[in-house]
Design a protein around this ligand. Structure first.
Ligand code: C2O
Ligand code: CU
Ligand code: CU
Length: 484
């Protein structure tokens, strides 16, 4: 389809154009002014049927990121369909209220398919959340943040070659809901902004330009127990952030800008330089703006308590003393998990999970180049103990943050320990890492060791876990669990 993106010539994109049927048969229409797919609105408990018809010139399959669904509705790469074929998804919405993400999960083509436009949001609501009376309707705004590069004819350019594959794609322009220089007109009252990082690889450091702290009310898996104020929030690919914003008292005509602030240590600067182009990750640049256009007098107040989250207790973990490893390996031109790349149908023992259990995982950067799980975690940038391939200098230069995503039910982050040596760099991101609430994607920076408790209830089968830097995913930084 040709859709407007930049001023001038329209852009050729791939998109979810509304052949999605849900619930009582109903066709959704894609927004006319954006390449993003239609926003799916679902309710907890609802039974959903979605029909995906592939009109692309290549294979595809769609994944409902964040949703806890059976394997055959999860968009496993093995379920990819050819051009002209149709795939029917059927599932019940088990998730609590949350903002989720649908996108292709095609073997070795996820990055390019998402890049060319295939992405959309899923808003789930439930009674617990509705009872809070949070801003809704026009006062609840989904914002999908992405970066893209364009050629002179306004067409999408997927630049970067080998370096792009190794470090991820970083575009020169920020798009929000598919448009540049995005501005929302707001009343002087409270709003709920539902942010989704739909970028292939770019990590943002969200902050308001006037120094107002961010009030975070939710993350990937829905509302936090109580609001958290942060000076800034780190925002990795596929993560969602639910923000409460109070424009009351701000004069008509005033403007509040969301920026991405400066940080270091997560993406090697040389990686970006080699890719060319501007807009470095870690530089300061604007994302979108809100302009107050109308004065109103009342609006909902921020509740002190938002939700009840049932935390998994130590005795409920299947392996409280022996965490299963997820070692992030970035050796000599080889990205991997636990030393192995994606191979359908060859599950390691540590990837076999009994259904109905909650598992403790430890996620860390492995510089040993092989099977981890043995205290290799947290050697950090330039840390000692190099093994396998690649020299120390190489590793130090290449080590970068990975947003690690596990399919299925959301998990709890139990701990995050920094064992790296670049305390100055870490200080630029530390206060923006939100580990409360329920997550399905967690950013693991160099030197960090993160423990999560992840439930595997209801469904047996193969469920993916991978880096959500989409270029990394396609390079093989993906594996699957066999839930049995
Ligand atoms: Cu959003 Cu397996 O991915
Ligand atoms: Cu997913
Ligand atoms: Cu990665």
């Amino acid at each position: 389809d040709l859709v407007p993106v930049l001023p001038g010539k329209p852009t050729q994109v791939w998109r979810y154009s509304g052949n999605l049927l849900k619930g009582p048969e109903q066709t959704l229409t894609a927004p006319p002014d954006s390449y993003l797919g239609p926003l799916l609105r679902l309710t907890k408990g609802q039974k959903v049927r979605i029909r995906l018809r592939n009109e692309l010139p290549e294979q595809t399959i769609t994944h409902w990121h964040g949703l806890h669904v059976p394997m055959d509705a999860d968009g496993h790469p093995m379920a990819a369909i050819e051009s002209g074929q149709t795939y029917v998804y059927e599932f019940e919405v088990k998730n609590r209220a949350s903002f989720n993400f649908y996108h292709p999960h095609t073997h070795e083509a996820t990055a390019t398919q998402v890049y060319h436009g295939l992405a959309g949001g899923i808003l789930i609501e439930d009674e617990e959340e509705r009872a809070l009376g949070l801003p809704s309707g026009a006062y609840e705004i989904p914002l999908v943040i992405q970066d893209r590069s364009f050629d002179d004819a306004n067409q999408l350019a997927y630049w970067g070659g080998m370096h792009r594959n190794m470090f991820g794609f970083y575009g020169e322009r920020i798009l929000v809901n598919g448009r540049p220089n995005y501005t929302i007109d707001v009343d002087s009252r409270t709003y709920r902004l539902r942010l989704l990082n739909g970028s292939n690889a770019r990590i943002y450091k969200l902050m308001w330009d006037d120094g107002t702290p961010l009030t975070v009310i939710g993350v990937d898996g829905g509302l936090l127990e109580k609001p958290e104020k942060r000076p800034y929030v780190m925002f990795a690919p596929a993560e969602r952030i639910d923000l409460w914003v109070d424009f009351s008292g701000r004069p008509v005509g005033s403007k509040l800008v969301m920026r991405s602030g400066e940080f270091s240590g997560l993406v090697p600067p040389m990686a970006q330089r080699m890719m060319g182009g501007g807009l470095f990750v870690g530089d300061d640049y604007p994302l979108f703006a809100a302009t107050v256009t109308r004065a109103v007098s009342d609006s909902p107040k921020l509740p002190e308590k938002l939700a009840t989250i049932r935390h998994s207790r130590r005795e409920e973990l299947a392996n409280p003393d022996r965490p299963r490893p997820i070692a992030l390996t970035m050796g000599h031109m080889q990205l991997a998990l636990n030393g192995r790349t994606y191979e359908s149908d060859n599950v390691m023992d540590i990837e076999r999970i009994p259904v109905g259990t909650t598992q403790l995982f430890e996620i860390y950067h492995d510089h040993g180049g092989g099977m981890g799980g043995m205290g290799m975690g947290g050697m950090g940038m330039g840390g000692g103990m190099m093994g396998g391939m690649g020299g120390m200098g190489m590793m130090g230069m290449m080590d970068m943050a990975h947003p690690v995503h596990l399919h299925g039910e959301p998990f709890e982050v139990l701990s995050r320990v920094y064992e790296g040596r670049d305390a100055d760099a870490y200080a630029t991101v530390r206060d923006g890492l939100i580990d409360s609430g329920l997550k399905d994607t967690v950013l693991v920076g160099p030197g960090e060791v993160i423990r999560i408790a992840k439930p595997f209830n209801d469904y047996k089968g193969r469920f993916m876990y991978h880096c959500h830097n989409l270029e990394h995913e396609d390079m093989g930084m993906m594996r699957e669990f066999s839930v049995e």
